[in-house]
Design a protein around this ligand. Structure first.
Ligand SMILES: [Zn+2]
Length: 238
């Protein structure tokens, strides 16, 4: 019988990679999606999850089974005061996102003993996630970080070598999409995509926004060319 692995699936690149990797190695995957109340990208992330799930079902080489995703609202699970206290204690030492606290709450509430969190490129988590002392023992209890030593390009290469590039490219990355549902080009995941050599995943409008943001002088320069400026501006709002 296959092992079942709980995975926090955001619809993004890293967690999509983890889902594919587990299925490929013959593990069954139970995905969980926690709606982040402060994020406009929720519907796009959920639609990416459904789109990717459909694509994965058409890959007969995957030996593991993808179980239906559980989607929960922030208000669907209890918040525990000892987890909150441990989080505050940890924050005195180093900033980490509030999502780690929610994930701990979620796992305790649902008796999930272990869940894969697909974070990579985070030196603090890498150094501390397996510590057994307080407050780490509370916040990171049951949280596994199997991709912590990989880069996005390692994942990309693996997907290309194993025939899953078309799947992972369906993942969603932008935290503040435009009204028409396209990546913005200026939020931190969009910047990461550009900086890690995957700018091709951004639509033209987002690329322009990205460059206007990081090179403010470009904007001043453009003011001398009103027609060009107007043209770029019109693309920007598409
Ligand atoms: Zn963005």
């Amino acid at each position: 019988m296959n092992r079942t692995v709980d995975v926090l699936w955001t619809g993004g690149w890293d967690s999509t990679f983890r889902v594919i990797q587990l299925l490929f190695h013959g593990d069954d995957v139970k995905p969980h999606y926690i709606c982040d109340p402060g994020r406009a990208s929720t519907p796009l992330e959920i639609s990416a999850i459904h789109r990717i799930s459909d694509l994965l079902k058409r890959k007969p080489e995957l030996e593991g089974k993808l179980l239906p995703v559980t989607i929960v609202e922030f208000s669907d699970f209890e918040k525990y005061s000892d987890i909150e206290e441990a989080y505050i204690e940890l924050m005195k030492e180093h900033y980490i996102g509030e999502q780690y606290k929610w994930i701990s709450d979620y796992c305790r509430f649902n008796s999930i003993e272990s869940i894969d969190i697909s974070v990579q490129n985070n030196p603090f988590i890498r150094k501390n996630y397996s510590r057994n002392d307080y407050p780490f023992s509370i916040i990171f209890k049951g949280l596994k970080f199997p991709l912590i030593t990989l880069s996005k390009n390692d994942m990309k290469k693996w997907c290309a070598d194993h025939g899953f590039l078309d799947v992972i490219e369906e993942s969603w990355f932008c935290h503040s999409p435009t009204r028409s549902g396209k990546p913005c080009g200026v939020c931190s995941p969009c910047i990461v995509v550009s900086e890690e050599g995957m700018g091709y995943r951004l639509p033209t409008s987002a690329k322009i926004r990205y460059h206007l943001r990081i090179i403010p002088r470009f904007k001043n320069f453009l003011k001398n060319y009103p027609k060009l400026y107007a043209y770029l501006y019109s693309l920007k709002s598409k």
